[in-house]
Ligand binder design. Structure first.
Ligand SMILES: [Zn+2]
Length: 955
């Protein structure tokens, strides 16, 4: 039976109920044979169409007279559909769920295996980077096109009709016909090719069982470099030919990372049935990278490395992203989560191995420690917002499925897996994962399958030490949003430890509880910090006591293996003493970082005062650990963002930070650069970046000096310092041509990583006209800024200078339609407004947002995002009203946030910039406490001293 799309096919414009979002399981696909033909127009940019024919072999599980599968209605035009030995009565497509329903004239018998044959005309997406889409690049002055795919999570249905859910695993056999000169790559190796005068037809081998979202193909003029360092697995890096020299780092590091995973899992990649591993750098790519089995795709800057240009942070990203994608070969591809509601099973493990596999290969990079400050601490912050969702959450619409790819699935998933590792011990964890992979290879799982395999590694004695079975212990970490605040008090010879409830930035929810594994260290037992074996369990609604004769300090959570915060009540002052005294170095840097992060967040949540918090972190003046400073910088950044860095209060806080920063600043002098020392390079760029940003004159002068030399000689120092030099030159140099010079360097650069660095730097300009011109470039297709990078322009303008917030907000209001069209990422507008509104510090900004919502015709998603951004901004202003009086006291300012007594002693250290003071928020006048006066006096005084000593140390 032949059907014509639009005649027999009925388009139903209805919204599906949650139960209709999923395909029924009565019919399951076994194998696909897919044939795609692309003509020359696709690669000349004149056509977006291709011709497809497909056979799907299916198995009838339950007798039915309908077959349902996915085909995206505005990308796939079915021209013919037949079902073996049946007559098709009707074909309907729901254009909301993209489910096609084929109704037959008779019921299919259970157990039947039959073929569905489909012919269709497909359309490549040219408006976004999902499904089968077209990308372009310039080589030798010529625009070149390629056709490539991004199917996860719901976009395979845009390329060919399929059962597009992760549990429908099948074998895929692809044939792609393309013009001569354009080679096709797919998950499997090429079986054979046949040429005629104009076209080449590539037949790929059949794949092992896999879900549709892992299918991939790339048709391009790319070239590849291959090495054979992995036994039985040819390993290639493919990219535009002009970038071929940048493949070496990925060629070197990739096989080592894959080998590390082979050994950890005791299940080699070679055994999986994908006899090659291709890595492809795609010029336009929506996600960072995609774990297509055997054909991993990346943004160029996450795969290609140029030793002269690529900064160490980006080099690290290349290695960790490769680890992440390779980990998916086992966690996600070989064993797949049952449904997107448990995406954390895929992404949590990939994030875990992103750090720990790379750490195994490159231990000197300290990724095991970076995990605490770059994964655990940021997600503890996200997960303390009332709006944060649980790891396990509904996924009953495309939008909900996309939401499951939030940072919670990645970062909290990885943190919870690491906690499970320390609950049962690293050996049992590794062995449990091995047996989990073996039992569920090529199948799908739920979290309970994982917990069971992990628990099975324990002896009966070990199990008896757990407060419940592992599934029960882990279930509330997975099913419930947030994490506990642990409360520690000293009373009459005992430390008493209990959980207060879910830690939220706007209060504690005492109705929630968890099974919390505890480790702790008290004085004179410092070696215990190394001991990560759980020593106590805090059960829901119970407390534990630790006898301790004398009231001293206790620190919980050795090496930050548990996922919680701790409030030490009166013990905080004893911990602060220990941090400032001889015990400082006996408390490991990760625990010091955790203490700093907890202190700042408890103050932010109004559980401890800022007066106390800032006193507790005074030890930072002697602190030189990069990891501890990462936590501290985050804490101070929050304060500066809230109060506005260019207010008098903001400047006082900046002076305070610069005072504390003096010692660590002296450890990373400008003249000492060594990009081969990775950990040092990261620390140097982070510390110098903060120092210059806060206006430390020594830092600013160094940067301006280097920039001046660059203008004369085109010479720049270490690649890692260039972003700081450019940004500082724009922020502090008063020469308008600086912007134009960096912009023209952007145009000249062909390195994707460098181009992103330059885009970030350009946002540092303080000139409102340049900020506006720069924003306009992001929506101008002629500017050379790729749609995937457009949001960097917007973010850099509002986050680099307080003055950029209003400029970016005006631009968003005036151009939201163009932004939606040009910034080709999902929910671009929603992401922009929520990031921007986090920076609102005045009632005028909030009123302007309200006016924008009331007077503009916004689509529903964007309106909702604006409303929730408004609510967040109002909450932020309330926070400010609550905390400003105390902060004014601490920093010796009057009730309007102005200096109590004129002082000129330190202003020369902080470079001045045009100040827009936010309208004062009614503060309650209060007398200055002595401690605060002392603190304030001390750091003004100490600042002068330390700046002098820093100057000596640097020159
Ligand atoms: Zn991933």
């Amino acid at each position: 039976m032949l059907l014509k799309w639009g005649l027999a096919v009925l388009l139903l414009g209805i919204t599906a109920a949650a139960s209709d979002y999923r395909l029924p399981t009565d019919i399951k696909p076994i194998a696909y044979s897919i044939d795609l033909e692309l003509d020359e127009g696709v690669f000349k940019g004149t056509s977006d169409q291709y011709v497809g024919s497909e056979t799907i072999v299916v198995n009838v599980i339950n007798p039915v007279n309908t077959i349902k599968f996915h085909a995206a209605y505005n990308f796939i035009n079915i021209t013919n559909l037949t079902v073996e030995d049946s007559t098709v009565n009707e074909i309907n497509v729901n254009n909301d769920t993209n489910i096609v329903t084929v109704t037959l004239d008779s019921v299919l018998a259970e157990g039947l295996v039959l073929n569905i044959a489909i012919n269709f005309i497909g359309r490549l997406s040219t408006e976004d980077m999902y499904g089968f889409y077209r990308s372009s690049y310039t080589e030798n002055g010529q625009t070149k096109y390629l056709a490539t795919t991004q199917f996860q999570p719901v976009y395979a249905r845009r390329a060919f009709p399929c059962f597009d859910e992760p549990a429908f695993k099948a074998n895929f056999t692809l044939t792609i016909t393309s013009p001569n000169g354009y080679a096709a790559l797919s998950n499997m190796p090429v079986e054979h090719t046949s040429n005629d005068t104009d076209f080449v037809t590539t037949n790929f081998s059949s794949s092992p069982l896999m879900p549709s979202y892992l299918v991939a193909f790339v048709v391009s003029e790319f070239t590849c470099t291959q090495v054979d360092t992995i036994p039985d697995v040819p390993y290639s890096i493919c990219s535009t030919d002009s970038t071929s020299v940048q493949r070496q780092f990925a060629l070197d590091i990739g096989p080592k990372l894959l080998n590390s995973l082979d050994i950890f899992t005791n299940y080699t990649y070679a055994e999986m049935g994908f006899p090659k591993m291709d890595q492809v750098a795609i010029p336009d790519f929506a996600a960072g990278a995609m774990e297509n089995w055997g054909l991993v795709t990346y943004r160029e800057r996450l795969l290609l490395y140029n030793d002269d240009i690529t900064i160490n942070r980006d080099k690290q990203n290349i290695a960790t992203v490769i680890s992440h994608e390779f980990a998916h070969m086992w966690f996600g591809n070989l064993v797949t989560m049952d449904w997107w509601s448990e995406t954390f099973l895929n992404e949590g493990f990939a994030t875990y191995f992103e750090y720990f596999t790379t750490h195994d290969v490159l231990p000197e990079w300290e990724l095991d420690k970076q995990f605490v400050t770059r994964v655990i601490q940021p997600i503890l912050e996200t997960d303390s917002q009332a709006s944060s969702q649980a790891l396990q959450a509904p996924a009953n619409s495309d939008a909900q499925v996309m939401n499951r790819f939030s940072r919670i699935s990645y970062f909290k998933g990885a943190s919870i897996f690491r906690m499970a590792e320390y609950i049962i011990g690293p050996d049992a964890f590794q062995n449990g994962l091995k047996s989990y992979l073996l039992e569920y290879q090529f199948l799908n799982t739920k979290p309970e399958d994982l917990w069971r395999h992990l628990e099975d590694q324990l002896t009966e004695t070990e199990k008896s030490k757990l407060p419940a079975d592992l599934g029960t212990i882990m279930s509330n970490w997975v099913a419930q949003a947030g994490y506990p605040l642990i409360d520690v008090q000293y009373d009459n010879g005992n430390f008493i430890i209990k959980q207060s409830g879910r830690f939220l930035l706007n209060g504690v929810n005492s109705s929630l509880s968890w099974y919390v594994p505890l480790t702790y260290t008290v004085p004179n037992s410092s070696s215990r910090f190394e001991n990560t074996t759980v020593s106590l369990w805090l059960k829901p609604s119970e407390s534990v006591t630790i006898p301790q004769e004398e009231a001293s300090w206790i620190i919980l959570n050795n090496k930050v293996t548990g996922f919680y915060r701790v409030h030490y009540n009166d013990i905080w002052s004893k911990i602060a003493e220990a941090l400032q005294g001889d015990s400082h170095s006996s408390i490991p840097e990760l625990n010091r970082a955790a203490l700093v992060d907890d202190i700042f967040n408890l103050a932010r949540a109004n559980i401890i005062s800022y007066t106390n918090a800032l006193n507790y972190v005074e030890f930072l003046k002697d602190e030189t650990s990069h990891h501890v400073w990462t936590a501290a910088i985050n804490g101070f950044n929050f304060l500066l963002q809230r109060v506005g860095a260019d207010t008098t209060l903001g400047k006082s806080i900046s002076e305070h930070v610069l005072n504390l920063l003096a010692k660590v600043y002296a450890t990373v002098p400008w003249i000492q650069v060594d990009s081969n020392d990775h950990a040092y390079s990261l620390k140097q760029s982070d510390i110098l970046s903060v120092a210059c940003r806060l206006g430390l004159s020594n830092c600013v002068n160094h940067a301006l000096e280097h920039h001046g030399e660059f203008l004369l000689t085109s010479n720049l120092p270490s690649k890692n310092l260039i972003p700081i030099i450019y940004c500082t030159a724009l922020r502090h140099g008063n020469e308008p041509s600086n912007f134009n010079i960096i912009w023209s360097n952007y145009g000249l650069s062909s390195d994707a990583g460098e181009r992103v660095q330059l885009l970030n730097a350009l946002g540092c300009t303080q000139n409102p006209t340049q900020q506006e011109q720069y924003l306009n470039k992001s929506i101008n297709p002629q500017s050379g800024i790729r749609p995937q990078d457009a949001s960097i322009v917007f973010t850099s303008v509002y986050s680099s200078n307080p003055s950029g917030v209003d400029v970016a907000f005006r631009f968003l209001q005036a151009n939201y339609e163009e932004i939606a069209e040009r910034y080709q990422s999902m929910n671009a507008l929603s992401t922009l407004i929520s990031g921007l509104a986090e920076r609102f510090t005045t009632t005028e900004q909030i009123e302007e947002l309200r006016r924008f919502i009331d007077t503009s015709s916004l689509d529903q998603d964007f309106r909702e995002a604006c409303e929730s951004a408004l609510a967040r901004a109002e909450g932020n202003l309330e926070w400010l009203q609550k905390h400003l009086p105390e902060l004014y006291e601490i920093y010796e300012l009057d009730e309007f946030g102005e200096p109590l007594t004129p002082t000129t002693s330190t202003t020369s250290e902080v470079s001045t910039s045009p100040v827009t003071t936010p309208s004062p928020v009614t503060p309650a006048p209060a007398p200055l406490p002595d401690a605060a006066k002392m603190l304030s006096f001390n750091f003004v005084f100490v600042l002068i001293i330390t700046i002098i000593s820093v100057s000596v140390a640097v020159y």
